[in-house]
Design a protein around this ligand. Structure first.
Ligand code: UDP
Length: 245
């Protein structure tokens, strides 16, 4: 649980973080699309110490039939952490956390997809965390968005996940594992950068109103950078007009 200030120093005398970043600096990010041959669309992301694959299947007829919606597609994201993805072996299979994350990620992705174009179908999005270092839900949303685009699923916009928070009383962007463990607050967000719409907003820990505003602005700025990386990644595979889908 966050909220308490810890004894561990997370910001040094020069205002730098334990991995040398400035407060508003992202960790390094690398993206690739089309990494899983059997899937309709797929993508891979390395974001700091996170390594995540997303694979998309569909839209295809939804089974069991009673889950079908007559006027739209249902989006079923499944967030899963590999047993070897964290320091202490993660017990395989769904737990409370992964069920919650699957639900909020499904909702965030639904808000970007033109689901009404595909009644009675399901769009399955598998998010496999191979290595985790904090921020996996937002990195997972980002890589899922790329996989959806790779599958040719029409979306109002690409979606970008990004977190901000507070460590040592300083508002910072994109917390790593130590900052997540010993920091005071973490605010994961998902953003549709073209309109500035927010598709996910959660908060662990305590922030004042001004700190929250500051954290959200930081995440919004970073989302635009990550968005450009998404566009470049898709252009590298598909050429010019990925933005006009
Ligand atoms: N984590 C872990 N074991 C778990 C769940 C999480 O070691 O069973 C680590 C993992 O590195 C994860 C981080 O704790 O990225 C932060 O988890 P949180 O629930 O805040 O979600 P995230 O920040 O990854 O979206």
């Amino acid at each position: 649980m966050m909220g308490m200030k810890s004894d561990i120093r997370l910001i040094d005398d020069n205002g730098l973080r334990i991995d040398g970043r400035l407060p508003n600096q992202l960790r390094p990010i690398k993206m690739e699309v089309g990494v899983v041959k059997r899937a309709d669309g797929s993508a891979y992301i390395e974001w700091g110490g996170n390594k995540i694959i997303a694979a998309v299947y569909g839209p295809r007829e939804a089974y069991p039939k009673h889950v079908q919606e007559s006027d739209r597609a249902i989006v079923r994201a499944r967030y899963n952490m590999a047993a070897f993805s964290v320091d202490e072996r993660k017990r395989p299979g769904p737990d409370r956390r992964s069920v919650e994350l699957s639900k909020v990620i499904s909702e965030a992705l639904t808000s970007a997809i033109f689901v009404e174009k595909f009644p009675r179908t399901a769009i399955d999005v598998y998010i496999e965390v191979l290595q985790a270092d904090a921020g996996t839900r937002v990195a997972g949303i980002t890589v899922a968005s790329l996989a959806l685009a790779d599958a040719g699923i029409p979306m109002r916009d690409l979606i970008v996940g990004c977190a901000a928070g507070k460590v040592d009383d300083v508002v910072v962007l994109d917390l790593n594992k130590e900052e997540d463990n010993f920091g005071q607050a973490d605010v994961p967000m998902a953003i549709l950068p073209r309109t500035g719409e927010i598709a996910l907003l959660q908060m662990d820990g305590d922030l004042t109103y001004d700190e929250l505003t500051n954290a959200m602005e930081m995440a919004m700025d970073a989302a635009k950078k990550i968005y450009n990386m998404e566009i470049e990644t898709l252009k590298a595979k598909y050429g010019g007009d990925v933005n006009e889908q």
